[in-house]
Structure formats: structure tokens, C-alpha cells
Ligand binder design. Structure first.
Ligand SMILES: [Ca+2]
Ligand SMILES: [Ca+2]
Length: 436
């Protein structure tokens, strides 16, 4: 019995690698081929067989749209190497980049690619109600366990004047850890963070190391969106549909940590006032589009990664309305794919891409890509490009497949190039720019 299982497993591994080779047929790094858009014979990208293949999309093009190919010629340059599990990249307005490393360092990488020392931070005692003494001279205590660590970073909307930055992390707390957000001011010499304080703590705290979210995005009014996850286990999952906690939600706060008066549930009894919407599994992608609207991509269960356009006060379903199935292959208990009162995803993937960071492209360097959504793929090792028309996905392209790297974040720089970090012990910062 045991032996046959091993043989079966070996055959499975062999087959998987053959499929993987077939999918990743070598492509040059330069995207110069003609687009296939518009063909009635078009095919979706071959990601393999769907896990929940009996599930049907709610509308056409909600999954597996036509594969398209960029006409724009681009090149990929390695700006920096040797980053330790980078989680986020944020281009700075005057050149260079802020980079978070999951293991706890926040660094500046210069425009030329020089990797700076970790920024020194100071947490004033008593501010932010920290439950444990901060590491002396360090950032608020971070638990870099499981999926936790130093996670996203965002610039203040007025960064050019206030030098303020925001970051999310899994905070070490009594009873485990939880997603928190801190802010601090970058010193003039760009070596340390000053006036650091924690402005948000997702509750409840849990002892596991999974599903922390978390991306940060400022809306055009200067309010800060924070995304979270469901903290993974069956015990926590039902909390996503309840208002008395922060799990599986988009939250919205003022940059000083107070709650905006126009949040949807500030008058609801027992509701956490930071809640903007609910019903998410684990949102690790968030970006604002040209109209100022928030888009997110979340890790679904097996076969249920989804793209959502976020609206105030809405319910996005998890775990009662969702695509996909449990990792075990069994159905998600009690779940359906459609139900009135729950927002359908704009798009979903089965099999999944395992999404990370995202960007809505608005630059001038690639006119063809304007309004497109770019999403990093971790397990899928690719950069996903979605062509959007009337808030629906009409084309999909997978870039960077030949690099075979877990893509952790993607952001647009002031120059219109895309900047990408790869999730590895020797992580890279890549630049995608027009081919010279
Ligand atoms: Ca960010
Ligand atoms: Ca959903």
C-alpha cells in the first residue's frame, strides 16, 4: 500500500513537471509578438484542469478569458539582488525604492541598485499601546513566522513634504500575533524612522502564522485602506462574516489611526468601526485605479483566487459564497458560488495563480497597458496582466514565466516602468521598461 502510494506520487510529480514544461514554453524576454486579441478562435491560458470543474461562472469572461500578447516591446533588467525574501516595493518620488523584507528589514535601494542598510526605527514607549516592549532601537516587534513578517509598505500621499511611510506587519502580541500597521517619518539622511507608532491592530490575535493579508492603499481622499486575511483555520473562518472583528475584511482608517466618520458601520452595534467591507479569505493585493476605486485580489481556497472591485459596505462572500474547494479536494462546507446579496468577483482563477501584490497601470511608457491590472503570482511564478474594459476582464497575459521566480509585488514607478520583487532568499528587484 505504502509502496504503491510512493510510485503513484512519483508518477504524479513526473506528470506535473511535464505539464509545467509544456506550459512554460520558452519565450524570449522581449515581448514583441503580435497580439491575438479579437480572434473568435482565441484560447485561455493553459493552467491545467480546473479543481472545481463542475462550478460555472456567473457571467461570461469571469474566468479563463482569451490569452492576449503584448505588442509593446519591453526589456527586463535586474536592478538589485541579494534581498532577503522581499515582500513589497514602493518606488520613491526622487528615485530609489523602499523595500520590505519579510524577515523584518525595511531598506532603501538606490536608483542604481545599491542595497542600503536596514532603516533604524524607534518606537516611543507608551505610544500605540504596544503589548510588549519594543526591541530597543528597532521597529515594533514583528513575528516573522509562517506567512507573517514585515509585509507591505506605502508612502504617505504627501510624502514629498512629510516623509511619512506606513507599513504592515504581523505583530508579536500576547497570545500570538496579528496584522498591525505602523507609521514613521524617514529621517533626512534616510537611515532611520522617527516618531514610529502603531496606528492599527487587527483583532483578534491568534497563535497561528497564517493569512495576515495585508496590503495598504491610500484612496484619493487620503484615507488608508488595509486588507486582512481570515487567519486560516476553521475556528477563525466564520469570523469573516461577523462585524465584531477585523478578519477577512478591507478596513479604512485616517492616517493618524482614527476612524473616518463616513465608514459604513460606525453606527452599527458591536461592529468594529474600521470595517469598509467583509467576506474575504486572504487579500494580499490592493491597488487604486485612475478613478480612485479600490481593486483587490485575494488568495482563494483551491481554485478560488479572485479579483474584486471593492465597494463600501458590501459582502464579498467568503466562506459562504465562493468558487473553489478545500485544499483536501472536498467542497467548502455549506458554500455556494452565487447568492443574492453577495458580490461576485470580477474574475476568478481555477487553478489559482497564488496572487501577491498588484498595480493598475497608468503610466505613459506603455500606452498599450494603460488601465491594465498587473498581479504578481507566487506559486504560479509569473506576472499576470489583465486587460480591463467596462470593469470586466477581456484578456489575460502571463509575463516573466521564463524567470521561474515567485513574484511578490509589482508597482509602477514615476518613469512608467514596472518594478517587481521576487520572493526568494536571494530576492531580486526587476525593472520592466520599454525596449531600447
Ligand atoms: Ca505597497
Ligand atoms: Ca468572493
Amino acid at each position: 500500500m505504502k509502496r504503491s502510494r510512493i510510485i503513484f506520487f512519483m508518477i504524479f510529480v513526473l506528470m506535473s513537471s511535464i505539464v509545467a514544461c509544456g506550459q512554460d514554453d520558452p519565450k524570449t524576454e522581449l515581448g514583441t509578438k503580435g497580439a491575438k486579441t479579437g480572434s473568435s478562435q482565441c484560447k485561455p491560458i493553459n493552467m491545467g484542469k480546473a479543481n472545481a470543474d463542475e462550478q460555472k461562472p456567473a457571467f461570461p469572461n469571469q474566468t479563463r478569458v482569451c490569452e492576449v500578447e503584448s505588442k509593446s516591446a519591453y526589456e527586463v533588467t535586474v536592478i538589485a539582488k541579494g534581498l532577503e525574501r522581499p515582500w513589497a516595493v514602493e518606488p520613491l518620488p526622487n528615485g530609489g525604492f523602499l523595500i520590505t523584507e519579510k524577515t523584518g528589514q525595511l531598506r532603501i535601494v538606490s536608483a542604481k541598485g545599491e542595497v542600503g542598510e536596514p532603516l533604524r526605527g524607534v518606537l516611543p514607549v507608551g505610544q500605540g499601546g504596544v503589548t510588549e516592549a519594543s526591541r530597543e532601537g528597532g521597529l515594533p516587534p514583528i513575528t516573522a513566522r509562517g506567512q507573517g513578517g514585515l509585509l507591505d509598505v506605502a508612502l504617505s500621499p504627501d510624502f514629498k513634504n512629510d516623509y511619512t511611510i506606513f507599513w504592515s506587519f504581523s505583530e508579536r502580541r500576547e497570545g500570538g500575533s496579528g496584522t498591525s500597521v505602523a507609521r514613521g517619518v524617514l529621517s533626512e539622511d534616510r537611515t532611520s524612522l522617527e516618531n514610529v507608532r502603531v496606528i492599527f491592530r487587527a483583532l483578534p490575535t491568534d497563535s497561528n502564522g497564517l493569512h495576515f493579508g495585508s496590503r495598504l492603499a491610500f484612496d484619493p481622499d487620503g484615507k488608508l485602506f488595509i486588507t486582512t486575511g481570515d487567519r486560516f483555520d476553521r475556528r477563525n473562518r466564520p469570523k469573516v462574516q461577523k462585524f465584531d472583528n477585523h478578519l477577512g475584511k478591507v478596513l479604512r482608517i485616517n492616517p493618524d489611526g482614527t476612524v473616518p466618520e463616513d465608514n459604513p458601520f460606525t453606527n452599527k452595534n458591536g461592529a468594529k468601526p474600521e470595517i469598509w467591507d467583509l467576506g474575504h479569505r486572504n487579500i494580499q493585493s490592493a491597488a487604486i485605479d485612475e478613478k480612485g476605486r479600490l481593486w483587490t485580489v485575494e488568495h482563494g481556497a483551491r481554485g478560488g483566487d479572485e479579483l474584486n472591485l471593492i465597494e463600501k459596505g458590501k459582502n464579498y462572500g467568503w466562506p459562504v459564497v465562493t468558487y473553489g474547494q478545500e485544499y483536501s479536494g472536498s467542497p467548502i462546507p455549506g458554500a455556494v458560488t452565487q447568492k443574492e446579496g453577495y458580490v461576485q468577483p470580477v474574475y476568478y482563477w481555477d487553478p489559482v495563480i497564488a496572487p501577491s501584490g498588484m498595480e493598475v497601470y497608468e503610466g505613459d511608457a506603455f500606452p498599450e497597458w494603460k488601465g491594465n491590472i498587473f498581479i504578481g503570482g507566487l506559486a504560479s511564478q509569473r506576472l499576470v496582466r489583465l486587460v480591463i474594459e467596462n470593469d470586466r476582464v477581456v484578456g489575460e497575459e502571463h509575463l516573466l514565466r521564463e524567470r521561474r521566480a515567485r513574484i511578490r509585488d509589482v508597482r509602477e514607478g514615476p518613469d512608467g516602468a514596472l518594478y517587481v520583487v521576487t520572493d526568494a532568499r536571494n530576492g531580486e528587484l526587476l525593472k520592466i521598461s520599454p525596449r531600447k
